[in-house]
Write a protein that binds this ligand. Sequence first.
Ligand code: NAD
Length: 491
Amino acid sequence: MVSPLKHDWRNFIDGAWCDAADGSRIVVENPATGEPLAEIARAGVDDVDRAVAAARACFARRTLQDMRPAARGRLLFEIARALEAHAEEIALAECLDNGKTLAAGRGEALAAARYFTYYGGAADKIEGRLIPLGADYVDYTLPQPFGVSAQIVPWNFPLQIAARSIACALATGNCVVLKSPELSPLSCTYLATACEEAGVPAGAVNILCGLGQDCGASLVAHDDIDHIVFTGSLRTGQSILAQAARRVIPAVMELGGKSAGIVFPDADLDQAASSTAIGIFTHAGQVCSAASRLVVHRSVHDEMVERLVAKAQALTIGPGITGADLGPLISLAQRDKVEAFCLAAAQAGAEAVTGGRRVDRLKGHFMQPTIFDRVGPDMTIAREEVFGPVLAVQVFDEPEEAIALANGTPYGLCAGLYTGDLRLAHWAAERLVAGQVFVNEWFAGGIETPFGGTKRSGFGREKGQEALLNYVQTKNVGIRLASGGAGRPGG
Ligand code: NAD
């Protein structure tokens, strides 16, 4: 039996739970009611300094680097086990501070655990190369950790996103300072609990909650970090990249999207409509890889829109704890922003075939599931990320036009297509400018498949084996075996 959600939450620095140095706290709200739910320590600049110093000291002790990689992997398996053991508490926290259903919250906990088993299994498979230089030399590469990895995560899937970055960092021997999102920080604290229970060395993982403008900004500007992993909005990513450039340190940027699914005339319309509805209404559209645009062939447009409207109108709306299909947006500000996008779309000439407004009958921050038809390629609703349950529909006649429409935004995170014609699918997948292409199922993929952006959606890959490459730097070791001689010029 799961106990009720506790009220007071703390940060985790150098293996110990602590309040903020100046005693400040953040009030965490339940987005389904708009009421205060809990409080968490609000880390400031001093707490960031302490966390970075703890991570630096742990890295300098070489505890993780000197472990046999298989033992580092086993440590990750223990973290996974601890997360699974806390899955019901995590589900409740995600349900109440993030608006998810309990089932989705449980899914978040289990996905987080899966990242640790996946990368735990990879820890002893990160190998260098032997490079032949002739009889007088031995030359090999060492994939080495960067040092202190500063990680910043958004509020929509905080635990999963934190887990994917921390698991990679630990598997490769880095130490971490992670800032959890101020709007939904509770589930990330279970990563600290799991690290504590698994016996992760003090300082290897530090989890802080704080505001972006002070805690986040001071973390990414800190002179003693070596590496940044940022998942969040384009605008914040741009300011963080400026800090990475100042210090000349690597950064992974997992940013927003405005992803389109293309429905070709031969598509299975039932499959395309179900998949699109899942793609745009999951977590009330607060998903970076949401199917926020649909580019439909003229011959099937009316039928697709009709099917999608029926699906949108059948959704139940309410707090996640009730098991409703569509939960709240994370904050009043986010709900107002989404509604403002809808009002502007209508003014620009798009037609709201369903929804378009807030839900007045509910106390929390709910928005109607919304579909805009007759969306022109230059309209804001076709180009900017809304981050709400809002689908924009566009029409095409020729396949080349579909590709141009799908690629016609500043973003390039995901794209999808629906067709039974494999030749056409391959042709389109090749031309879509996106980090991943879903064919006949939005969100097809998993923890094992690399994920990331092109264009303004960012760069670097998280998930899959490719992600590990972001967490190591290659050192080449060249050894001259023969004595005598002055060596030879490089190059
Ligand atoms: P956001 O950029 O407002 O905030 C993300 C994080 O950055 C938060 O923890 C915030 O406190 C912190 N932050 C804010 N200002 C900062 C600063 N100046 N310096 C350092 N940290 C700062 O984004 P959000 O609203 O929390 O999340 C939604 C966005 O995240 C959307 O654009 C979405 O597409 C994107 N996202 C991307 C992925 C992906 O994998 N590509 C996944 C999830 C969400």
